[in-house]
Design a binder for this molecule. Structure first.
Ligand SMILES: Cc1cc2nc3c(=O)[nH]c(=O)nc-3n(C[C@H](O)[C@H](O)[C@H](O)COP(=O)(O)OP(=O)(O)OC[C@H]3O[C@@H](n4cnc5c(N)ncnc54)[C@H](O)[C@@H]3O)c2cc1C
Length: 427
């Protein structure tokens, strides 16, 4: 989200310092992350941030932002270069997504649901074991899905949550997929389906409908938004992240052809256990929000916000708070960068625990940064005419995101630091 700074401000935002691409013909950006970052920062500052207030008020989806993401090729950011995308892999994606989150939290959070489909089915799936026939079929299926993004501008959502402990990985999903001739028949309901009404495909986790099915029988399917039996129901009027439009997705006898499988049988279960950092991708949005709260505070105290020209930077208590914010921000960036750089198949125990700690730190610190920003900037700073109060509301929701809510991260850390796998206290 933008902070409307005066033109004389020295606290300039990053785009001017970035590598400006020679051409905006987006295919040329493939493999050039600094150019992609430049485009995201420019879009963010000039377009996403000025639009954020309206989307927030209306709780409406940022369709215009997605048009911009399509036009610039960013929509295909995580599609491999060989298949026409920009070829951005996990750790670079995390940094680029944080830049997006700095300007519009809801755009970055929904974009994450979209970008994760190519990430998970692309280079993450390549790291996992699967029989040769499944691998061959998977490659064929994903080429189809990726081409829909590159050529048709398709948008993927990831509605997993059901209001049970399934999204926390503790129970099988209640949405069932029954194998039928040529495909699958899906029945179930997903709550908090971000991008509802905006996505072209909903990437849905289901349990294969068979006797004694367990979490091992989770299957990952792309459900076309216009498939017969798909409906979006219920209201959407939350405290924050309002532009994610996360309503309820209902599937009643929805037929899905076999090629709509996003991963072969058993591979999602394997991914969740062997590539745990796949769940850390909700963090970048909130890392960006933490940065935005700091940026706003500095501009505000310097008297650089349009319409609020009184300087407040000379007060020692405010200087101490900004110093505190800077330290917290740098600590948060440090663990975020460390943990995202360690993402790989079969990480060490320490790397896995650090990923939980990173998720916890980013989600909790983003909200803490916004709290400190409001306290030190003062009453006028939280008026709805300025972006800080929206940052505050949006930031509150990071620690609720399953499967790694703040509480579940603490829970896992407490247990996994003290117990090795399989250990109990039974004599
Ligand atoms: C803005 C927004 C957008 C979202 N978008 C999506 C989306 O696109 N796709 C999607 O799938 N979900 C999405 N979610 C949902 C989110 O990931 C959670 O599933 C949801 O917030 C859980 O709500 P709940 O009331 O069911 O909480 P619960 O599942 O009841 O969890 C409440 C708390 O209980 C704890 N808890 C839950 N289960 C266990 C357990 N088994 N053991 C121990 N503790 C547990 C957790 O710490 C959690 O914080 C979104 C949420 C928000 C707020």
């Amino acid at each position: 989200m933008a902070t409307a700074t005066k033109s004389k401000s020295k606290a300039k935002s990053k785009p001017a310092t970035r590598n400006k691409p020679k051409s905006f013909k987006w295919q040329k950006m493939a493999g050039k992350n600094d150019e992609i970052e430049y485009v995201i920062a420019k879009l963010g500052k000039e377009k996403f941030a000025p639009r954020a207030k309206r989307y927030d008020e209306e709780a409406s989806f940022p369709f215009e932002n997605y048009e911009d993401l399509r036009d610039t090729g960013i929509l295909a950011m995580t599609v491999p270069k060989s298949l026409g995308g920009l070829g951005v892999k996990y750790a670079d994606y995390a940094m680029l997504a944080a830049e997006m989150g700095r300007w519009c939290g809801a755009t970055a959070l929904t974009f994450n649901m979209h970008a994760c489909t190519p990430l998970w089915t692309g280079h993450i799936a390549d790291d996992l074991d699967m029989p040769a026939a499944d691998r061959k079929q998977h490659k064929k299926n994903r080429e189809l899905h990726f081409s829909r993004i590159v050529e048709e501008g398709a948008i993927f959502a990831q509605p997993f949550s059901e209001g049970s402990s399934a999204a926390a990985g503790k129970a099988p999903f209640g949405t069932l997929a029954a194998k039928v001739d040529g495909g699958w028949l899906l029945n179930g309901k997903k709550i908090f389906a971000s991008l509802s009404g905006a996505a072209t495909y909903y990437g849905v986790l289901c349990t294969e409908d068979k006797p004694d099915s367990s979490v091992r029988d989770t299957v990952f399917m792309a459900v076309p938004a216009d498939a017969e039996g798909v409906s979006i129901v219920g209201p959407w009027d939350p405290v924050g992240m309002r532009a994610t439009v996360s309503r309820t997705l209902v599937m009643e006898n929805v037929f899905i052809p076999d090629e709509q499988m996003l991963m072969p049988r058993g591979v999602y279960y394997q991914a969740a256990r062997r590539w745990p950092h796949m769940f850390l991708t909700l963090c970048p949005t909130y890392m960006g929000i933490a940065q935005a709260a700091y940026d706003f505070t500095v501009a505000y105290l310097r008297g650089d916000i349009e319409g609020i020209s009184v300087k407040r930077r000379m007060y020692p208590t405010k200087q101490i708070t900004v110093a505190d914010m800077w330290i917290k921000l740098q600590n948060t960036w440090a663990i975020f960068k460390q943990a995202t750089s360690e993402a790989r198949v079969d990480p060490s125990k320490e790397d896995r625990l650090r990923a939980y700690a990173a998720q916890y730190s980013v989600m909790e610190n983003a909200n803490e940064m916004c709290r400190l920003a409001i306290r030190t900037c003062g009453g006028q700073s939280m008026l709805k005419s300025l972006p800080l109060e929206q940052l505050y509301r949006d930031s509150r929701l990071g620690s609720l995101m399953l499967p790694w809510t703040a509480e579940l991260c603490l829970d896992r850390l407490g247990r996994e630091t003290l117990y090795e796998p399989g250990e109990t206290d039974d004599d």
